[in-house]
Design a protein around this ligand. Structure first.
Ligand code: PMP
Length: 419
């Protein structure tokens, strides 16, 4: 499959070689590296991307959930124009940031919010806020939790790249995590968790696990942070709201900026007020692009007019239906493959049996993941190398039907490897 992929794409290969001369491994965004070489997109429109060799794919990756609106949405285009007309680099406050802050706080039940340029920064700032508020230093994360380039907690239990003293708990393991919280409680400023592991394979947290975290963190004075950078799209007010569990702080990102660079953190007034610059000893939080007119204008239009609560519910129903049909197909062929996730976020794992923690998904053969990825590309469907998909609003029933037909073909061809 690899050899065929390379032979058909001379321009992709040449560009990868050129990239390697100036970027390590030809790469400036680790997640996009997929062997043998990643695709290079020349143009995107609606639900499709076309690579530099002229192959067009249905885009089911959806920019890892940030590409919620599809490519070149006309309303997004108009909002970009509005921002340009207003001026891009004002060096001043403006009405756009107030409007977006009103929309975001209302939508996600936050007392106060602050904007950043990425989900990574939002999480760094939320953790800084928790540390200042509690006067404690340590943070607890979840094994295989992903909170950004500088906050990645390896599946093996090592804190990779994390600039904090981190204690890692096993996802969905109530007994072990409760014990760790009790043990480290007095030193812990914050506990940060995705209510569904996104990068970790679209594995939902059990409600009982999250309820335990809420109860234990409250008991020990630890700030509970839900990283909803990915999961906020899974319900009109985000996943934590749908689950009925209220963290102290939430972090947001991805699609909320309408496809522009975006991040936000917010929640409890008493914690967020630390950033009020009129207060003595306030916490500084700077950033040249925090209130950039592009993100503020486009984000507001997208949230207010496109990703309405009704659109959110409709998209997630579509995702649930697709995941069910994918799993029915695997069941029919009796292959050791399954799809996990909630609503519009899906991850296909070449594995049999119950998966409710990343320790299980780590057992999947990476060569099988790669094969599924390359086979699906050949059929004209683009998903992430690790099997992840994020449906955008322009993915239609026809695209879903086409994907299932392609998957049927791939599974038929590779059945001997997948049982
Ligand atoms: N948190 C989660 C749950 C994420 O999925 C991501 C991005 N994949 C981030 C944080 C980091 O966001 P960004 O890439 O915008 O820094």
């Amino acid at each position: 499959a690899s050899a065929r992929f390379l032979a058909a794409r001379p321009k992709t290969v040449a560009l990868h070689e050129a990239a390697k001369a100036v970027m390590p491994g030809g790469n400036t965004r680790t997640v996009l590296f997929t062997p043998p070489v990643p695709i290079r997109v020349a143009k995107a429109e609606g639900a499709h991307v076309t690579d530099v060799d002229g192959f067009t794919y249905v885009d089911l990756l959806g920019e890892y959930s940030a590409g919620l609106y599809g490519h070149s949405h006309p309303r997004i285009g108009r909002a970009v124009g509005d921002a340009l007309a207003m001026g891009l680099n004002l060096g001043a406050h403006h009405a756009g940031e107030v409007r977006l802050a009103e929309a975001v706080t209302r939508r996600f039940d936050l007392d106060l919010v602050r904007f950043t340029n990425s989900g990574t920064e939002a999480n760094m700032m939320a953790l800084a806020a928790a540390r200042a508020f509690t006067g404690r230093q340590k943070i607890m994360g979840i094994k295989a939790g992903y909170h950004g380039g500088t906050l990645y907690f390896g599946a093996g239990g090592a804190a990779v790249n994390a600039p904090f003293d981190v204690v890692l708990a096993p996802f969905n393991d109530i007994t072990a995590t409760r014990k760790l919280i009790t043990e480290h409680g007095p030193a812990l400023a914050a506990l940060i968790i995705e209510p569904m592991l996104g990068s970790g394979g679209c594995l939902p947290a059990d409600r009982a696990y999250l309820e335990m975290l809420r109860e234990e963190t409250r008991k020990h004075g630890i700030i509970l942070i839900f990283d909803e950078v990915m999961t906020s799209r899974l319900a009109p007010k985000g996943l934590s709201h749908a689950l009925g569990i209220t963290p102290d702080l939430k972090t947001l990102g991805k699609y909320i900026g309408g496809g522009m660079s975006f991040g936000a953190f917010g929640g409890r007034r008493d914690i967020m007020e630390q950033f009020d610059p009129t207060r003595a000893n306030f916490l500084p939080h700077a950033g040249t692009f925090n209130n950039n007119t592009l993100t503020m204008t486009v984000g507001f239009a997208a949230l207010d007019e496109i990703f309405t609560p009704a659109a959110c519910l409709d998209l997630n129903r579509r995702g649930d239906r697709l995941r069910e049909r994918i799993n029915d197909l695997f069941m029919r062929y009796q292959v050791a493959v399954q799809a996990k996730g909630i609503g519009s976020l899906i991850n296909i794992h070449p594995l049999a049996g119950e998966i409710n923690a990343p320790e299980a998904t780590a057992k999947a053969d990476p060569r099988l993941r790669q094969l599924l990825y390359l086979d699906l590309l050949e059929e004209g469907y683009y998903i992430a190398g690790r099997g992840y998909m994020a449906l955008s609003l322009v993915v239609s029933d026809e695209h879903c039907d086409g994907f299932l037909a392609a998957l049927d073909k791939v599974v038929t061809k590779r059945r001997h490897l997948l049982t």
